[in-house]
Design a protein around this ligand. Sequence first.
Ligand code: 6PG
Length: 459
Amino acid sequence: MSDIGVIGLGVMGKNIAKNMLNNGYKVSGYNNTYDRTQELMAENIPAFRGFEKIEDFVNSLSVPRKIFMMVPAGAPVDSVIDELIPLLDKGDIVMDGGNSFFKDTNAREEKLNKLGINFFGVGVSGGSEGALKGPSIMPGGDKESYGYVGEILESIAAKYNGEACCKYIGPKGSGHYVKMVHNGIEYADMQLLAEVYLILKNNGYSNREIAEILDEWNKTEVESYLVSITSIVLKEKDSKSDEDLIDIIVDVAGNKGTGRWTSIEALSQEYNASLLAAAYQARINSNEFELRELLNGKISVGTGEKLDIEVIRKAYSLGKTLAFAQGFGLYKNASDRYDWNLNLKDIASVFRAGCIIQARLLQDIMSAYEEGTNNILTLPVFKKQVVDNSADLRSVVVEGLKAGLPLPVFTNALIYIDSLSADLLGANIIQGQRDYFGAHTFQRKGAEGFEHHDWGASE
Ligand code: 6PG
């Protein structure tokens, strides 16, 4: 009998299956089109068995059956679940390793639990290479059933100093929630690096020089996977011409939805994740073809002062910290709101290797949660960074905006800390307006409770 079955043998599923095989597990495989299964069978890995019929696949698994699905998020997940239901027994465990929306995972978990089947929404990060060599894994579902699958998931996960980058996250859709916000942070950090590129390019540096600057930065506290791959992307030559590949890529960004979900969810949780939302909006805006064409080059801009590279680095470092602070703030907020009891230190620890947002600062984030904070910015190292690097962030935004550079995430980072440090936000005006037209009341300084005023008497 096989230890585990993998459904969906596209690039990600195939690599997850191989990772399990490399870790000594016997694996059964099933794909809705048999050719993919046959491709993996053709590799003649003795512990792998492929099946054409889903019934035979299910019957090949030891009980309780453990099935890892790696199929596209949305309808395909439901149709595989519906095919599986009549074939499974109480106590079997189905895991969804795709980027499913966490509320869908909540609903699927409830549906399967009623039938006695355990369902796990498993966040998996690290792309296809990570899937093969060790991804970061965020499993959410029934804690007791985790005992049956934890060993397999932890053995295929990336390791940081020998520690598995996979920990039980929490109940229901919490694993997929954690992966969703991971992607929100991913979008923000990617956009910050895109903005760093705009600033350095505007200051006259070539792609190669920008890559070399990023290589130097990667020896500092901003060290991360995204900084390293951005440097590689900038150095790459086109295979069809002698140009840098980056210069022939169309300036339009796509997305598959996780950044949008993060932004929508932040709004519905009433939590300010402005950097994450700005990064998503920047991608959307890059697709505004008609308006971009209409206004291209029509706005008069200055040049902006050339900035010291260290100023830009410190601004980036602060922006990156704020993106993580907002993402982890969302985790805390969701944990309370949904009663998930998330362990934020564990979440930081599983991000340290294998995933797209792996970064040196995660170690400091772990220390923040060791000290029992609600928000990482309260940790001295991060508070000091806000205070010390805010002038650098301001210079980058001011000079960048003078030069007409669109810097949505840097700008939102500055607005975020200015909004937290300002004596006056103007929210008193909002409350006055609300009370004027809707009798929504306001609080008087130094007094308890709310009051309404009959406005206009002193006109
Ligand atoms: C990861 C990535 C990955 C991501 C896709 C699509 O952690 O491995 O986050 O899962 O979802 O690369 O991302 P886009 O929304 O940018 O297409």
